[in-house]
Each structure stands twice: as structure tokens, then as C-alpha cells.
Design a protein around this ligand. Structure first.
Ligand SMILES: O=C(O)CC1=CCC(=O)O1
Length: 262
């Protein structure tokens, strides 16, 4: 457990694996913390330096006053990577983390040599949808929308398992201001033009039952980057690294090898 103090925000981060290994940075989704990656980390090959962090307003990081912008989220991980002297990473971002990946690659290609954009989009939803969600969370808290979120995060089969409660707990224990602050960042983000200009090895991953960022959005976003690969994980919703960790880790491992990262 480590903390990086950048003045306006303190980020909780953690490094696993080989301290001298090839860096892989993970950025998680709205309403989750770095434990999102727990199911896949033990399945990845040795020789990787695995860097995780809780974005602002999530997990054990601090919660600055909202709203936040995508610029804030990109700047946070940029500062973390500069502090840790990590360059040429393979950056894995899921949902808002996938937007952060795109934004970071646009701004600092020296930090990202290849990226996995998972269950995300160049643009997610519409400002009207996000404004409604922000207002609802500010008025009633996260609990009031948690069941709806679970339906988008997970397939019906997974929702019938006892593990659902753990992920629901993670969501509802997210600070409300962190949640709506990051929702505002998503609302204000449209990366279609900047992402179209990116030229780096990219893998897009979608979940067949993703109710937040459906496969077609993922296909469209991945196709913005020439030469990119796309993989659809079946029997999974918005968090396929949780529902289908073996397949997620296998596809990620293949990409790590394909890109010569290991
Ligand atoms: O809550 C959702 O709908 C899922 C989600 C959208 C953006 C993100 O990071 O998570």
C-alpha cells in the first residue's frame, strides 16, 4: 500500500510482480477500486511490473471537491507514472479507465507504448444521461442506483451468485462525490478526434452483455486506431475481468507477447 501526494490529490497505488519487469499500468472503472484487477493478476505471466492505482474519489485515494475533468484524471496518472519513472508501459484501462488510457496516449505517448481499451468508448453515453445520474447521486446517494448498475456490470448468471454482493458493496462504498465527480468527467469527454489520430498497438475488449459500453461501441472505438485488434468476451457484462478472468488474462497475455512487451 503506498500513497502519492500531489497536493490537490493523494493517490493510493500498489506495485506487484517483478519490480524490474516490463510495466503494465491498470486503470479501473467508475465505482470500482484497484481490486477490480485481483481476479486476473495471478493469471498473468511472470516478468511484469504490475502498477495499480485508485483514481481520485475512489478506493483509498483522496476525494477532492467535484466535479472532475478527464484532464484531471489523465494528469493524475501522468504524475504518478512520472513519479515512479515509468515509461513505455502497456496501459490497461477499463471504462472511464479506458478513456484515461486514450487521453494519456494522446498527451504522453512516451508513457504508453501499447494500450488495452476495455469496455469503454471514445465517448460514453450523452451529457444528458450523465447529468441525470449526477443529480440522482447527489440527491439520493449511490445506493439508490446500485441495482441498475449491477444489471449493466454483470450478466444475469453472475448476478445470481453470492459474489455479486461484494462488487455491489464496492460500488456503494465509493464516496458519492468521487462517483459524481468522475461521472462529470465522462460527461464532458469526447475523444473521437484525438483517438483517431493515435498510432500505437491497441487491443479493444468488449463484453457480450455489457449494458454500459456495448460491443458495437467498443468495436467502433477500437476501429478508430488503424491496426488495432478487437476481442469479444462472451457471457460477460461491463466487467469481464471479473466474470471471465481466465479469458481476459489469456487475451491480455497474448497481446503482451504480440507487442513484444515481454
Ligand atoms: O455505471 C456504469 O454504467 C458503468 C460505467 C460507465 C463508465 C464507467 O467507468 O463505468
Amino acid at each position: 500500500m503506498q500513497i502519492a501526494d500531489f497536493g490537490d490529490v493523494r493517490l493510493h497505488f500498489r506495485i506487484d510482480g517483478d519490480p524490474d519487469g516490463a510495466p503494465v499500468v491498470f486503470s479501473n472503472s467508475l465505482g470500482t477500486d484497484m481490486r477490480l484487477w485481483d481476479p486476473i493478476l495471478p493469471l498473468l505471466p511472470k516478468g511484469l511490473k504490475l502498477i495499480r492505482y485508485d483514481k481520485r474519489g475512489h478506493g483509498l485515494s483522496s476525494t477532492p471537491s467535484g466535479p472532475y475533468s478527464m484532464g484531471n484524471l489523465v494528469r493524475d496518472v501522468e504524475r504518478l507514472m512520472d513519479m515512479l519513472e515509468i515509461k513505455n508501459s502497456l496501459f490497461v484501462g477499463l471504462s472511464i479507465g479506458g478513456m484515461t488510457a486514450q487521453g494519456l496516449a494522446v498527451k504522453r505517448l512516451d508513457l504508453v507504448r501499447a494500450m488495452v481499451i476495455s469496455n469503454t468508448g471514445a465517448k460514453i453515453g450523452t451529457p444528458a444521461i450523465w447529468d441525470e445520474r449526477i443529480a440522482a447521486v447527489r440527491k439520493n446517494g449511490i445506493e439508490a442506483l446500485a441495482d441498475g448498475v449491477m444489471e449493466r456490470w454483470f450478466s444475469k448468471a453472475f448476478r445470481a451468485t453470492p459474489e455479486l454482493e461484494l462488487w455491489r458493496n464496492m460500488l456503494v462504498r465509493t464516496p458519492a462525490e468521487g462517483y459524481w465527480g468522475c461521472s462529470a468527467a465522462i460527461s464532458g469527454t469526447d475523444l473521437y478526434t484525438p483517438t483517431s489520430g493515435l498510432r500505437l498497438p491497441t487491443l479493444g475488449i468488449a463484453g457480450s452483455e455489457d449494458g454500459s459500453t456495448p460491443p458495437d461501441l467498443m468495436r467502433e472505438t477500437t476501429a478508430l486506431i488503424p491496426g488495432s485488434q478487437f476481442h469479444l468476451i462472451r457471457k460477460a457484462g461491463h466487467l469481464p475481468c471479473v466474470e471471465q478472468p481466465e479469458e481476459y488474462a489469456r487475451v491480455l497475455t497474448q497481446f503482451i507477447h504480440d507487442t513484444g512487451h515481454l
